[in-house]
Design a protein. Structure first.
Length: 367
């Protein structure tokens, strides 16, 4: 009886080891013919003599012809863009067996956008073979609407990052999206419809990875050749960030001219003798209304729900103007005998110094 149990135990252990060995063999196969996707994508007769390497690396870049309808009160904008893809393999790649397979990069990755009616969308076109990088290039031109979430916290010195991206349709073990180091992303020197005050600083690239809930075509996920473990599908996403800088110098004076005039008016009050208290009071009230009115003007210009740099500057000016009014009332009070604060020039120095210190601290905080 003991021998009978030992025999069955030996069979179980032997089967387990055999299965594990087979599994390891499957995991360690790295040629394209044994890749999990291959049977679904291409039934062609590929052999170990073919030089196709995986993952297939696709270089991408963009060229921006124009940007329009970029408004802070809108969540989308129009852009005219040329998409460019480079790959070591072409649409009809010839195998050693004389069979052909389609490895066109545009069939493996997609540009992320929703097609907008009445705008232009060309087809992908082959654009030649570039001997210096030994790659084929494919181009496409689109004019479409794109989504953008505004970040106005540093307005009017803000920078906007417009995201444009390609996403692979397959796992990273089969396709990766890379930034083209030879043919960099760029834009026209002059963008006729770009909103006044904006310029393109640079175009950045980063690769992100999107974990999918999809585990097909395998019931238990796909094999990770590097780690030898099963996992969900992970796709490569190439993200281009178009960094737009706002030329805020002229806009700064345009937005805050009213506020600074109100501030100067509140300081001018200290140059009027206390015997003209009615005149001082009228000017002070006018300064308060001017500062508050300018704040509403700025708020209406950007329609933002976040606290911006413009809000902080306006709030600081309103605070200083009110501080000047309180200081004037303090000086009027005959019961107070503080000679330093009673002096008009001293009070003006305190107000100006307080404003400068607060403004410097504000900009240090923002930087």
């Amino acid at each position: 009886m003991k021998n009978y149990y030992l025999f069955f135990l030996f069979i179980i252990v032997f089967s387990s080891c055999t299965d594990r060995k087979k599994q390891n063999l499957n995991i360690n196969k790295t040629n394209l013919s044994n890749h999990p996707y291959w049977g679904l994508l291409n039934p062609s007769d590929i052999t170990s003599f073919d030089t196709i390497k995986i993952p297939l690396e696709i270089d991408a870049s963009i060229f921006i012809d124009d940007i329009s309808e970029l408004e802070t009160n809108k969540s989308d904008f129009n852009a005219d863009i040329k998409l460019r893809l480079w790959s070591s393999y072409q649409e009809n790649e010839v195998l050693m067996s004389n069979d052909t397979i389609n490895l066109a990069p545009y069939s493996l990755i997609e540009f992320d956008y929703k097609i907008t009616e009445n705008l232009y969308h060309s087809k992908w076109e082959w654009d030649g073979y570039y001997e210096d990088v030994k790659k084929y290039r494919y181009v496409k031109e689109i004019e479409n609407k794109f989504y953008h979430k505004w970040d106005l916290r540093k307005y009017p010195f803000d920078k906007q990052k417009i995201r444009l991206s390609f996403t692979s349709q397959y796992d990273t073990s089969y396709v990766r999206i890379k930034n083209s180091k030879k043919f960099l992303s760029d834009s026209n020197d002059y963008l006729p419809n770009l909103k006044d005050g904006f310029v393109i600083d640079t175009i950045l690239f980063k690769e992100e990875f999107i974990k999918s809930e999809i585990i097909e075509p395998f019931d238990n996920g796909i094999y990770d050749y590097q780690g030898g473990i099963e996992r969900n599908e992970v796709r490569s996403r190439g993200v281009f960030e178009v960094v737009l800088s706002r030329q805020g110098s002229w806009l700064f004076f345009k937005l805050f001219l009213g506020s600074f005039l109100s501030l100067l008016l509140s300081w001018f009050v200290f140059l009027i003798p206390m015997s003209e208290f009615d005149a001082k009071s009228n000017l002070s009230v006018g300064a308060i209304f001017g500062a508050v009115g300018n704040k509403y003007f700025v708020d209406s210009a950007i329609s933002s729900q976040v606290l911006t740099t413009a809000d902080l500057i306006n709030n600081l000016i309103i605070t200083i103007v009110i501080f000047n009014v309180l200081l004037m009332i303090y000086q009027k009070n005959e019961k107070i005998k503080n000679k330093f604060l009673k002096n008009e020039k001293s009070a003006l120095k305190i107000s100006v110094s307080t404003f400068i210190i607060c403004l410097v601290c504000l900009f240090i905080f923002l930087l």
